[in-house]
Design a binder for this molecule. Structure first.
Ligand code: CO
Length: 239
């Protein structure tokens, strides 16, 4: 038995070190293998799973997030396919001149009839960092001008913060709230509200150092609040 456990441990350690030292090429191959396994498992668990997806989508929310590879909303939210309509760009910007975003929003609101729109930022955002540090990165500088505008508009909110890390995180939060204001100014949102729709806007910030989302509450002076209470999990949601 001891030998068996030892062997098992060795195999597991080998698997782990293989994963750590895997080349990008082998990881790409692994993605395809994972996909085959996932499709087979889903089909096995629910033989109509894919048939339901073919019938159409009824997402409950539009989510605007950052393109960062560490914040994938479906993974973080435990969302199933069909739950969330997603638009992602660098630093989760809502730009009134971005035809791509505006088309996504119009489709989500007018065709899919989502009642919730979430701006989903994240601490440690490289886009926000580049803007705050005034880095020159090429084409992306034009996009990050959106963030610089936010920074200049809210310079008073950041004045007193000397710690670099805290300044960055504060701007992440301010940016999310500012993008919500931009959402409110879109013709799609205004028209929908004029037509009697009740679209709720949410500002969330994901922290990949803890895996948790903080909910921003503009009415309490930009302060984020924890919504996770791990001790209460299983005893109902404590929002
Ligand atoms: Co980011």
């Amino acid at each position: 038995m001891k030998t068996f456990i030892g062997l098992l441990f060795m195999l597991l350690s080998f698997g782990q070190s293989l994963a750590q030292s895997a080349s990008p090429d082998s990881i790409i191959h692994q993605f395809l293998t994972n996909n085959c396994r996932w499709a087979a498992t889903k089909q096995h668990e629910d033989s109509l799973y894919f048939d339901h997806l073919v019938e159409g989508q009824h997402p409950v929310a539009l989510l605007i997030g950052c393109s960062d590879s560490r914040v994938s909303p479906a993974v973080v939210l435990g969302a199933d396919l069909g739950n969330v309509f997603v638009h992602r760009n660098i630093a989760n910007v809502v730009s009134h001149s971005d035809l791509n975003f505006l088309s996504v929003m119009q489709y989500a609101v007018e065709v899919l009839k989502v009642d919730h729109i979430i701006v989903y930022g994240h601490y440690g955002c490289g886009g926000i960092k580049a803007a705050i540090e005034d880095e020159t990165l090429g084409l992306i500088d034009n996009w990050l001008a959106n963030i610089k505008d936010v920074m200049h508009m809210h310079h008073k909110d950041m004045e007193g913060i000397t710690d670099e890390h805290e300044r960055l995180n504060r701007l992440v939060e301010i940016n999310v709230l500012n993008q919500i204001e931009n959402l409110e100014e879109t013709s799609v949102y205004r028209q929908a509200m004029r037509n009697g729709r009740n679209i709720r806007l949410h500002g969330w910030v994901y922290d990949f150092s803890t895996g948790k989302i903080k909910v921003l509450t503009p009415e309490s002076g930009l302060g984020p609040r924890e919504h996770c209470d791990f001790e209460s999990l299983g005893k109902g949601d404590k929002h």
